[in-house]
Design a protein around this ligand. Sequence first.
Ligand code: GDD
Ligand code: MN
Length: 373
Amino acid sequence: MPDTNPPVELAVVVPVFNERDNIAPFLERLDAVLVGIPHEIIFVDDDSPDGTSNVIRPIALRDPRIRLLTRIGRRGLSSACIEGMMATAAPCIAVMDADLQHDERILPEMFHRLRRDSLDLVVGTRNAGTGSMGEFAENRVRLSHVGRRLSRLVAHCDLTDPMSGFFVVSRQFLDDTIRSASGVGFKILLDLVAASPRPVRFTEIPYRFRTRLHGESKLDLVVSLEYLELLLDKIIGEWIPPRFVVFALVGSVGAAVAMALLWLLVRVLGLELLVAQVLATWIAMTANFVLNNELTYRDRKLRGRFFWGGLAAFYLACSVGGAANLRVAELSRRAGIEWYLAGVVGLAVGAVWNYFITSLWIWKRARRKNSTR
Ligand code: GDD
Ligand code: MN
């Protein structure tokens, strides 16, 4: 094969979701700073409704250094980064946002430092030296600090900006960590660092976080919950799937809602207990289904007719789970176990049953027609 192009030395992986207007200015800026570094740029787009892929495709057609991976029926910043990183053969891999918030001018230095000092990782930091959060909203700064403190629970090195989405890693480091990465949520850097089997050789380069020009941030309440899920996975994931923990939490909220409703219906509205019980259970189950669809199984969210079919199946699954719960509690009680322990055993069996049935049957996997937009 003729050897025309110099081998790629740096791959820049760029997760994108609804960033249509940022693509051209982003590429212009990268082009200006990456002169002299043989590189490729890999956009990973989760089928953005604003047509981001359609903006990238014609550019990729003309320029072989620009590549596009469009994922269908998927969402998630971390998993997008992971797939982008695995799609390149480059020895150094950068991850960077497309919204111009990360200062591309430090990227060459990040790359050179990684190579020169044979490091695992170079992080762009907003919290050291001349770095700063810029005009980042105050509540986001606070959230970021809480996240930083929490990250110490799982990270084996003291990064000043573990929440950063701007970093460069070596192929070797990636290879050593990627198999233990959770891929949940937004925090891919923390995910990799926590997965490292040995102390991470890293350095940090400060920059000032810029404000977005176009589009909006995708960091919302669900993403914050995902961060807790990532931490949970790192801490107890080997024994209990974090999805189950979220499922159980949602279930407890449902139980509390049912009790509150029961009180309301019986005490305030004066309904008969049996009627009230049926109503309260029905409402709580419905609320539970919605919460599970939004949180526990948000990556496999059911919509349209799949939503209604799922709801019917959920009622059915819960009735069986509830019956199993009662039966097990009764049997345990008969076996001479204390009443409260019998209750707990019943609940646990019911919860595990419900979890398996919902994850294997109702939210099996995102259906193709039921995309995640
Ligand atoms: N493919 C894909 N899928 N890309 C996504 C998704 C997704 O579900 N969600 C967000 N992105 C892309 C955005 O299009 C953007 O390019 C980048 O990921 C960052 O998303 P933002 O929504 O702009 O996040 P942010 O600015 O609030 O926070 C980012 O910067 C912080 C500072 O580095 C994130 O990278 C944080 O993790 C980071 O702490
Ligand atoms: Mn951003």
